[in-house]
Design a protein around this ligand. Structure first.
Ligand code: ZN
Length: 181
């Protein structure tokens, strides 16, 4: 083997690798155009394995709805792709939370807000974990408030849960303190 042939082999390997990656790359380039902007934000094409496209979705409802739509999507995609796909599988399993970083940060700050009502705004959550109706949503919320107040010390005067800072300052809760002024 001559030294010259090594770069040539490497070049050939590179071309082969590129060729194998190409269908997915090509698909990623046109994905938003095919499915539309809204679906594109809730989906992430992961891989093409044996002519089956695997797509991660942000939630179970998206996976379910898109599964019903997949024949229409296949038709559109096969007009663009060099090698036709036989099927598309949608699953939440490989959804990358990191892709939605700005949204996650927003969720964290809303969860810290005192009037936060649970998982309603968390798009990464499975839809089945959402409260079923306003009644259960309220029950969840009051449970959270109850848990939160149980960890607070009690005011020695009226026995209501009181932030430690208030007890330190006045020896009673702010309401009792206001009454004594
Ligand atoms: Zn009090």
């Amino acid at each position: 083997m001559s030294f010259e042939s090594i770069p040539k082999i490497l070049e050939q390997l590179q071309i082969e690798t590129l060729y194998q990656q190409q269908p997915l790359q090509r698909l990623l380039d046109c994905w938003e155009e095919v499915v539309g902007k809204v679906i594109a934000t809730h989906t992430q094409p992961i891989s093409i394995e044996r002519e089956v496209l695997w797509v991660a979705t942000s939630g179970a409802a998206w996976a379910q709805n898109l599964t019903f739509e997949r024949q229409k999507l296949l038709k559109k995609l096969n007009q663009i792709l060099p090698t036709p796909l036989v099927d598309i599988r949608f699953s939440t399993a490989r959804w990358q939370r990191t892709k939605k970083k700005p949204l996650r940060q927003q969720n964290i700050s809303s969860a810290e807000h005192p009037s936060y009502l649970g998982n309603i705004v968390d798009r990464n959550q499975n839809i089945h974990s959402l409260p079923k109706n306003p009644h259960t949503a309220f029950a969840d919320w009051s449970q959270t408030i109850k848990r939160r107040s149980q960890s607070l010390p009690l005011c020695p005067n009226c026995e209501s849960p009181t932030p430690g800072g208030e007890l330190e300052r006045w020896g009673v809760c702010s309401i009792c303190a206001a009454r004594s002024f």
